[in-house]
Ligand binder design. Structure first.
Ligand code: CO8
Length: 372
C-alpha cells in the first residue's frame, strides 16, 4: 500500500502585525521600562533596554509581517502578550477552531468527506491543555469515526506527524489520516525580548494522507519516503510545563517562554538539514538535481538560502525554495506545510520535491514527494 498527500488546508488568522507596528509597541515598552528604572540605570545597577528596528528584523530574518490570533494584547506596551480569554468547557478550544477550517479545506481539496477519514493527529509545538487531547476534540467536531492523538516535536511536529500517518495508512490501521498543526506561537513568544520578539506568527495547516488506491490517478503527491533525525540541544528551549506551579519561583520567568541562541542554531542546524536531505535523497536513489522544489521550514530566510545552496551546490531560485516567511514569520511546524500548500499546484506529473522541517530538539523531518 502506498501513501499519498491528497489534500492540504490552511487557516490564516485575519489579524496582521507589520514589523513597524511591532517595533513601535516594543520601543514604547523600552521607553516605559527605562523611565521607570531611570535611577537604577543611572547608578549602573541596571542596563537600559535597547530599541528594536524594522530594518534589522527584515535583514536578519526576512520577516515583514505576521498573522496572529490577537493583535491588541501584543501591541499594548503595558501587556506585550496576546489576549486570548479562557473558554467554557462546552465551547470549542481555539486550536480546535483553527483546525476545523484547515481540515475542511484539506478534505475539500482531496474530494473526501469525514466518513473517508479514520484518524486525526494534532501535531504542533504547544498544546493549549494537557487533556482531553485536542485531536479528539477535532475528531468529534469533524464527525470522524476512528482514533486521534496529539504529538509534539516542536518545529518538526508536522513532518513527524506525516511519518506517523504514512505508517498508519501503509500498515492498514487507517484509510486516511488528517495531520493538523494549529500553531499559536504568539502564546509563548516573549514580546519583551528584543532578540526574538519578531520571529513568530500564528497559523494552522492540515494535510490529508491517504491510501493511493482510494485516490484518483494524477491526484496529489506520492510520498516516496520520510526520514527523521533528532539531536539534543539546549539552544532552543521552552521550560513551560506542568511542574512550574510546584516550583516557588513560579511561571513568570522568561525561560518559561521561548528562548534561543539564534546564531548557534543557525550554524549548527543548517549543515545537519542539508546532510539529512542529501542522505535521504541518496537512500531513494535520487540526486539533489532531481528536485524541482524544496518546501523548507520557515524560520529564517538567510538560513533557507544557505541550506538550499548546500543541497543543490548553487543558489536556489525562489521557485525552487519558496518563501512564506515574509508574510507569516515563523509558524513552527506549520511553516513548511504552508509553503507546500501555497506552492505545489504548478508542479507537473513526475516532479519531485522535499518538505523539510527543522528546529527545537534539534529535530529534522524530511518528506520526499512526487507529483502524481
Ligand atoms: N533590533 C535591532 N537590533 C537587534 C535586534 C532588534 N530586534 N535584536 C538583536 N539586535 C542586534 C544585536 O544586539 C546584535 O548587535 P551587536 O552586533 O552590536 O551585538 C546584532 O543585532 C546581531 O544580533 P544577532 O547576532 O542576535 O542577530 P542574527 O543576525 O543572528 O539574527 C536571528 C537573529 C534572526 C534570531 C537569527 O539568529 C536566526 O534566525 N537564527 C536561526 C534561528 C532559528 O532558526 N531558530 C529556530 C527557531 S525554533 C523554531 O522554529 C520552532 C521552535 C518551537 C516553536 C516555538 C514557538 C514559539
Amino acid at each position: 500500500i502506498k501513501a499519498v498527500i491528497s489534500g492540504t488546508g490552511l487557516y490564516t488568522p485575519p489579524a496582521i502585525i507589520e514589523n513597524d507596528q511591532l517595533v513601535e509597541a516594543f520601543n514604547q515598552y523600552v521607553e516605559l521600562y527605562n523611565d521607570e528604572h531611570a535611577e537604577e540605570i543611572a547608578r549602573g545597577e541596571l542596563t537600559a533596554l535597547q530599541p528594536s528596528s524594522s530594518a534589522f528584523i527584515e535583514k536578519a530574518s526576512g520577516i515583514k509581517r505576521r498573522h496572529v490570533i490577537d493583535r491588541d494584547g501584543i501591541l499594548d506596551p503595558k501587556r506585550m502578550t496576546p489576549n486570548i480569554p479562557d473558554r467554557d468547557n462546552e465551547e470549542p478550544s481555539v486550536q480546535c477552531e483553527m483546525a476545523i477550517v484547515a481540515c475542511k479545506e484539506a478534505l475539500e481539496q482531496a474530494g473526501k468527506t469525514p466518513a473517508d477519514v479514520d484518524a486525526v493527529i494534532v501535531a504542533c509545538s504547544n498544546l493549549q491543555r494537557a487533556y482531553p487531547a485536542i485531536s479528539i476534540e477535532v475528531q468529534q467536531a469533524m464527525g470522524i469515526d476512528g482514533f486521534a492523538y496529539d504529538m509534539n516535536v516542536a518545529c518538526s511536529s508536522a513532518t513527524f506527524g506525516i511519518q506517523a500517518a504514512v505508517n498508519a495508512v501503509e500498515k492498514g490501521s487507517a484509510r486516511a489520516v488528517l495531520v493538523v498543526s494549529p500553531e499559536i506561537c504568539s502564546g509563548h513568544l516573549n514580546f519583551r525580548d528584543r532578540d526574538s520578539h519578531f520571529i513568530f506568527g500564528d497559523a494552522c495547516t492540515a494535510i490529508l494522507v491517504e491510501r493511493e488506491e482510494n485516490t484518483q490517478a494524477g491526484q496529489g503527491f506520492e510520498i516516496l519516503g520520510t526520514r527523521l533525525k533528532t539531536q539534543f540541544s539546549n539552544n532552543i528551549r521552552n521550560n513551560f510545563g506542568f511542574l512550574n506551579r510546584a516550583d516557588e519561583s513560579g511561571i513568570g520567568k522568561p525561560d518559561k517562554l521561548f528562548i534561543q541562541q539564534g546564531r548557534k542554531v543557525f550554524k549548527e542546524v543548517s549543515p545537519l538539514v542539508a546532510d539529512t536531505i542529501q542522505g535521504h535523497l541518496a537512500s531513494l536513489q535520487l540526486a539533489p538535481e532531481d528536485l524541482k522544489r524544496m518546501w523548507l521550514h520557515q524560520a529564517n530566510l538567510n538560513m533557507n538560502q544557505l541550506i538550499a545552496r548546500k543541497v543543490l551546490g548553487r543558489d536556489a531560485t525562489v521557485e525552487e525554495a519558496p518563501v512564506i516567511l515574509d508574510e507569516y514569520a515563523n509558524t513552527s511546524s506549520a511553516g513548511s506545510i504552508i509553503a507546500f500548500h501555497k506552492h505545489k499546484d504548478d508542479l507537473k506529473t513526475g516532479d519531485l520535491g522535499v518538505i523539510c522541517s527543522f528546529g527545537a530538539g534539534y529535530s529534522i523531518g524530511s518528506v520526499v514527494v512526487r507529483h502524481r
